[in-house]
Design a protein around this ligand. Structure first.
Ligand SMILES: Nc1nc2c(c(=O)[nH]1)N(C=O)[C@@H](CNc1ccc(C(=O)N[C@@H](CCC(=O)O)C(=O)O)cc1)CN2
Ligand SMILES: Nc1nc2c(ncn2[C@@H]2O[C@H](COP(=O)(O)OP(=O)(O)OP(=O)(O)O)[C@@H](O)[C@H]2O)c(=O)[nH]1
Ligand SMILES: [Mg+2]
Length: 453
């Protein structure tokens, strides 16, 4: 492996900017770029120490610098790693990188540091993916879940399942291949129990995917309802500023107004929509069409009703549109005398919150309801979470094979066939961790990374 170099900090103005080197020549390259104070050399430094010096190139001095050394294998990549920190200016950092390249390093490819950590056995594929998830995390739970994965929560679950399954497969194979040897007889009840336990474990793991996704990516939520019920007022309340125009004229909102907000632990991608009603105005009708489309696409629909008014045919149309959606009925304007027929709302919606978008009363109840609906309260960010589509597919494959093995065993199908299923399940789990992943899988994982990571 050659020695690679990249800017490790964002390219912009900051307190410091860091160029990271990894590979057998890292210290030697650094010694060509930085002159340490007191005649010391980077090659002579102890691992996990830093030293002060001046960085320069053929044109002269670049900046003062601090050099940090990590000796192989005790580094992020498992190789010799040197970090050179200068003041965080775009010009300085770029020139420092050029100096390192002139001194013998090769510019790193996207994700190459983490790829090397994977190739050197410092982390498995799920941990490498967690590094990318840590960087892109936008909230406490997302970051916490990524850190658990970085620490190996998913890796350990996958390995434990693969180990158990490998044990079963080995026993079956030995029993099939060497019947005359003294191999303990396969006990179908015991094996079946083990396979079913493993099936339950993998099914549980697969179930973490949806919640994990909501935590990472947030929920798309459409605010719908007939005109004038207070949709835009609610939008502004949730957004915390005057995002949408509010007037007492029915048909105020036409285009979809979007904003991303944080409601406690949940990120909501909100869209405020035009009031749904029959209308001859072509502009308003276009808005109504957009609203109905948004309603159908959203993961969560907030259906707003005016509690101070009786239901009309437009409300009934909204109710019809909500039939197949995950929906919360919001009975708004509860600061006014109530005239809404709650019986109809109760018949049509499993989740109802009454509130006043104008006075903010009931906003907490709405937040609670959304958390409850998306099971976020029960989410344990320190547990293993299936964090992306690649992982989900691998766990689903493993689960299907284990289920098939258990079913085959119960149906009295040959041990050969059972063994094949178990081995396929093990394969899927080893693809998950990368212990037996194809080059394409590995490439796909690291294609998500930026240069310098
Ligand atoms: N300055 C700096 N900070 C950083 C990183 C970095 O590369 N440089 N990281 C970059 O991602 C993260 C930390 N990741 C790291 C992971 C492992 C090792 C490491 O040296 N591991 C050794 C020793 C572990 C130990 O003493 O227990 C090892 O695994 O043997 C270092 C950083 C976040 N902070
Ligand atoms: N008293 C009271 N008035 C409210 C409440 N929420 C909204 N309003 C009023 O209701 C009127 C309509 O509010 P908007 O938020 O514009 O209603 P909308 O549903 O967005 O209306 P369209 O965009 O026309 O579909 C405004 O005069 C608001 O001030 C509430 O909770 N209580
Ligand atoms: Mg509006």
């Amino acid at each position: 492996m050659d020695t690679i170099a990249a800017v490790a900090t964002p390219l912009g103005t900051g307190g410091i900017g860091v160029v990271r080197l990894s590979g057998p020549e890292a210290a030697a390259v650094a010694d060509r770029v930085v002159r340490l104070a007191g005649g010391k050399t980077v090659a002579g430094m102890k691992g996990y120490t830093c030293a002060y010096g001046r960085a320069g190139d053929a044109d002269g001095e670049i900046d003062e610098a601090v050099v940090t050394l990590f000796r192989a294998p005790r580094s992020f990549t498992g190789e010799e790693v040197v970090e050179i920190a200068v003041h965080g200016g775009v010009y300085l950092v770029n020139r420092l990188l050029r100096a390192c390249v002139a001194a013998g390093a090769r510019p790193a490819l996207a994700g190459e540091f983490t790829r090397r950590a994977f190739l050197n056995g410092k982390l498995d594929l799920t941990q490498a993916e967690a590094v990318a998830d840590l960087i892109s995390a936008e909230g406490r739970q997302a970051a916490r879940a990524a850190l658990s994965a970085r620490d190996g929560a998913l890796y350990r679950r996958a390995e434990a399942a693969a180990d158990a399954l490998t044990g079963y497969a080995a026993h079956l194979a030995a029993w099939i291949d060497y019947p005359e040897e003294e191999i303990a007889e396969v006990d179908p009840a015991k094996l079946g129990g083990g396979l079913r336990r493993c099936e339950g474990d993998l099914a549980g793991l697969l179930g973490t995917y949806d919640t994990g996704r909501i935590i990472r990516e947030g929920i798309s939520a459409a605010i719908v309802g007939r005109p004038n019920v207070g949709k835009s007022t609610l939008m502004n309340l949730l957004a915390g500023h005057a995002r949408s125009i509010v007037t007492d004229i029915a048909g105020t909102t036409r285009d979809i107004v979007s904003d991303t907000i944080r409601l406690g632990e949940i990120v909501l991608h909100l869209s405020d929509t035009a009031g749904i009603r029959g209308t001859d105005d072509p502009v308003e009708r276009a808005g109504v069409d957009l609203a109905v489309g948004e309603l159908a696409r959203a993961q969560l629909v907030l259906a707003v009703f005016d509690g101070s008014d009786a239901l009309d045919e437009n409300d009934l149309r909204v109710i019809r549109c909500c039939k197949d959606a995950v929906c919360i009925a919001l009975v708004n304007k509860n600061d006014l005398p109530q005239r809404l027929d709650m019986e109809v709302i109760r018949e049509n919606f499993a989740h109802i919150v009454t509130l006043s978008a104008k006075s903010a009363e009931g906003a907490d109840a709405l937040k609670k309801k959304i958390e409850e609906l998306f099971l976020l309260e029960r989410f344990d960010p320190s547990a293993a979470v299936v964090a992306n589509e690649r992982q989900r597919a691998a766990v689903a494959d493993a689960l299907a094979e284990v289920r098939e093995a258990a079913d085959a065993l119960e149906a009295g199908v040959s041990y050969d066939a059972v063994c094949v299923c178990i081995e396929r399940a093990v394969d899927a789990l080893l693809t998950l961790t990368g212990r037996r992943a194809t080059q394409e899988v590995v490439d796909q994982v690291f294609s998500r990374f930026c240069v310098g990571k």
